[in-house]
Design a protein. Structure first.
Lengths: 172, 190
């Protein structure tokens, strides 16, 4: 029972981070909650070592990313295949000096989260891994099992698509 | 507010396991971003004279860095704790098993190892004491199948083979084109 109370404290410290990673990768709150639940059940299995580990946050992030990518893998073949055929649309609006600078912080956060949700999955996943999870191009290529040039192209296209979405939201 | 476990302020991100794996390009990017951060939230890329793609990268990165974590649903903690409470002991980690179950598992594992070793020794003795004519028979069957296949291929006129390959390739290309068209019209338009 004492163990469970300690685990609840542990979970309370990390649940926002785990959920954020899952929800930004999936773009779906319900799926992200299911994945977060799975992550913490795994964490409970390893709790004797995690409870005192200074790298528990990193462990949770890695497991969340892996489980989310596994969850998305049934679609991965499809988007890998079709993302090869996407025309390079480019950014047909001028790149602004600042993004969403006129919005209040809360509004800006909401607009960014909505834009992430609206991004097609084959752009969102590598973009989130690079900008939000701070993984290198090489690590993303390894995780997604695609070539390095493809990762760079998808992230560049994802940025353009995101800038367009932010523009539509009135942020530019 | 500072998190007592991570030592991070609200909205700050904890270090991830990927930190150690990050390449030099990430470090270079950090330096550029640090410079941008000193100029304001998102930086003004034009001032530092970078190309548009690099400027857009820094803008998106600035937004990502200032983005706080999403708040987990209130139901998550209750769901996980309820799941843990209802989990039978054998679904939990070994450390959570009852002591008699752990002892029985260790005894059973030792017995299994002994059995596996005895089985391997018996298989080795058996193989050493029997002839290997069965292997010769299997090899003959494989080579006969290969010979039959090559005879059939030689019997088919080469024009037929080329025509068949061309038809197969055309059908594949048509299917590829149709699926591309269907994806662009049905999926991308949504």
């Amino acid at each position: 029972m004492e163990n469970q109370a300690e685990f609840a404290t542990f979970m309370h410290a990390y649940q926002d981070m785990v959920f954020s990673t899952a929800v930004r990768l999936t773009g779906n709150d319900a799926q992200a909650e299911d994945i977060s639940q799975e992550v913490f059940l795994k964490a409970y299995e390893h709790f004797p070592t995690l409870r005192a580990s200074p790298t528990a946050g990193g462990w949770l992030k890695t497991v969340t990313t892996r489980l989310t990518l596994n969850h998305l893998s049934r679609y991965r073949r499809r988007w890998l295949f079709f993302s090869e055929m996407q025309p390079d649309e480019g950014l047909d609006i001028p790149v602004p000096d600042r993004l969403l600078a006129d919005l209040e912080a809360d509004q800006r956060h909401a607009v960014v989260e909505q834009a992430l949700r609206d991004l097609p999955e084959h752009y969102r996943v590598p973009l989130v891994l690079y900008h939000f999870e701070e993984m290198s191009y090489e690590a993303i290529a390894e995780q997604l099992r695609v070539s390095l040039p493809k990762v760079k192209t998808d992230i560049a296209r994802g940025r353009s698509a995101m800038a367009k979405l932010l523009s539509r939201a009135g942020g530019l | 507010m500072t998190d007592p476990r991570t030592g991070l302020e609200d909205g700050q991100r904890p270090a991830s396991a990927g930190d150690a794996r990050r390449g030099p390009e990430r470090e270079a990017r950090r330096e550029v971003l640090a410079g941008d951060a000193r100029r304001g939230l998102s930086g003004t890329g034009r001032e530092v004279g970078h190309d548009e793609a690099g400027h857009l990268e820094r803008l998106i990165d600035g937004l990502a860095r200032s983005q706080p974590p999403r708040r987990a649903p209130a139901s998550l903690e209750a769901r996980v704790l309820a799941q843990i409470a209802t989990q039978p002991w054998w679904r939990k980690g070994f450390i959570h098993w009852p002591i008699p179950a752990r002892a029985a598992f260790l005894v059973a594992s030792l017995g299994f190892i002994k059995l596996a070793l005895a089985g391997a020794l018996w298989a080795f003795d058996f193989a050493a004491s029997t002839d290997i004519s069965g292997l010769h028979r299997a090899g003959d069957a494989v080579s006969s199948t290969v010979s039959l296949g090559s005879l059939v291929l030689e019997a088919i006129p080469s024009v037929w083979l080329y025509t068949g390959a061309a038809v197969g390739f055309t059908l594949y290309a048509v299917l590829f084109g149709l699926s591309t068209f269907a994806y662009r019209t049905l999926y991308l338009q949504r």
